[in-house]
Design a binder for this molecule. Structure first.
Ligand code: SAH
Ligand code: MG
Length: 200
């Protein structure tokens, strides 16, 4: 059984590589799963399922964990559904096919993991922080964006890429100046931000 699961995970990684789907890097994922275990996280909201790789890895951290995950790309959503079934996690993982910015989510979560369109990070944070439990955490992936965030802007040739990097910098400034949250950005994987509410 467990051997099969390792095989499925390898296949998912392979698929993501072939289809150029940006699933979380190994190191970032290790950090995320360790965080989930250490903080005894049980209810997770994920923005950006892709094919369900991080979704499944998070659900596998503990048998009581429930994950709700949103994906707007239909092909990826369908692939994620298939993968969730392979792992027999249908009872604990709820996949939503929709644009997250148009999705109303009920209830509260002790972890919100933002890993979707980087230009929308501020909007995701603002929209979903109301679904965060009092002692919950918001984790955002790709704060370095393949090292580009720390690069001199002039070195980034593509106009689109430059715009995206600017957006991530805006998001980092937004987090650092947020009146209600403290944020630490960890130098793991592609840069992982952990935000938690300030003590009153
Ligand atoms: N968390 C996944 C990778 C997600 S890649 C993993 O590590 O395994 C980012 C995904 O976010 C893409 O599949 C993209 O289609 C999706 N996405 C981007 N903007 C979105 C939005 N506004 N609503 C829902 N999904 C979005
Ligand atoms: Mg990512």
């Amino acid at each position: 059984m467990v051997g099969e699961y390792y095989q499925y995970l390898r296949e998912m990684k392979q698929y993501a590589e072939t289809e150029k789907i940006p699933i979380m890097q190994e190191e970032g994922l290790d950090f995320l799963t360790t965080f989930i275990i250490k903080h005894q996280i049980r209810n997770i909201l994920e923005i950006g399922t892709a094919i369900g790789y991080s979704t499944i890895m998070m659900a596998l951290c503990h048998k009581e964990i429930r994950v709700t995950s949103i994906e707007r790309d239909e092909t990826r959503y369908l692939e994620a559904l298939k993968n969730v079934k392979k792992f027999h996690l249908e009872d604990r993982i709820t996949l939503i096919f929709n644009d997250a910015l148009e999705t109303k989510i009920e209830g509260t979560f002790d972890l919100i993991f933002i890993d979707a369109a980087k230009a929308q990070d501020i909007k995701f944070f603002q929209l979903f922080s109301k679904n965060l439990a009092e002692k919950g955490y918001i984790i955002t992936d790709n704060m370095y964006f393949h090292g580009l965030v720390e690069k001199n802007e002039k070195e980034i040739k593509s106009h689109n890429l430059r715009g995206l990097v600017r957006k991530i910098k805006e998001y980092i400034a937004f987090l650092n100046n947020h009146p209600d949250f403290n944020t630490v950005i960890y130098r793991v994987g592609d840069g992982v931000a952990v935000s938690e509410r300030k003590a009153l």
